[in-house]
Design a protein around this ligand. Structure first.
Ligand code: GDP
Ligand code: MG
Length: 171
């Protein structure tokens, strides 16, 4: 049985906590507010090789400050780098988050670029092709998901887990 530590990073409001809730409890709460500064929840993904446990770490409030805690990044195996497809600002800030991850995590980890809120296409501000190119240039997978509808959320965690397992266990 394996346990992988997965971080969710990105600007306030992109839907990090909602993604965590959707994955760990299969719920979407329109006004979910977490009162603790660090929320850690576990769930699992099924691969052919068996059940893989994921410990998902989410920060609240001043994300940039909280995530600067060494304990947040320490020992992480994977990161979901989340932006909101209805906010070009949140996509522009991805670079800053990436820099932070590279500074805090000297060891290799698997990164997935995640465009959340894909249920709200009417308000789309981020070109999916641009996001795909951004991820490709850096060797990351990328995906669009919706914590609200649940679309693609399990798939996202599953494909990240597949990549982590492939890197850590098989090699
Ligand atoms: P966080 O600050 O990154 O943790 O973001 P939250 O999870 O608190 O979500 C911020 C806001 O976006 C809340 O009002 C959520 O209801 C909303 N939200 C989160 N995920 C989605 C989604 O997939 N689609 C839509 N339409 N709204 C979402
Ligand atoms: Mg949150």
């Amino acid at each position: 049985q394996y346990l992988f530590k997965v971080l969710i990073v990105g600007d306030t409001g992109v839907g990090k906590s909602s993604l965590m809730m959707r994955f760990t409890e299969n719920k979407f709460l329109e006004n979910y507010i977490c009162t603790v500064s660090l929320d850690i929840r576990a769930s699992y993904v099924e691969l052919l090789e068996g059940k893989m446990m994921l410990e998902v770490w989410d920060t609240t409030g001043d994300e940039r400050l909280k995530s600067a805690m060494p304990s947040f990044y320490r020992g992480a195996h994977g990161v979901l780098l989340v932006y909101d497809i209805t906010s070009s600002k949140s996509f522009e800030n991805i670079g800053g988050w990436l820099k932070e991850i590279m500074r805090m995590c000297p060891d290799k980890l698997n990164v997935v670029l995640v465009g959340n809120k894909c249920d709200d296409l009417d308000h789309r501000q981020v070109d999916p092709e641009q996001a795909l190119q951004y991820a490709r240039r850096r060797g990351f997978h990328s995906d669009e998901v919706s914590a609200k509808s649940g679309e693609n959320v399990y798939n996202l965690f599953r494909s990240l887990t597949f990549d982590m397992h492939d890197r850590i266990v098989r090699h």
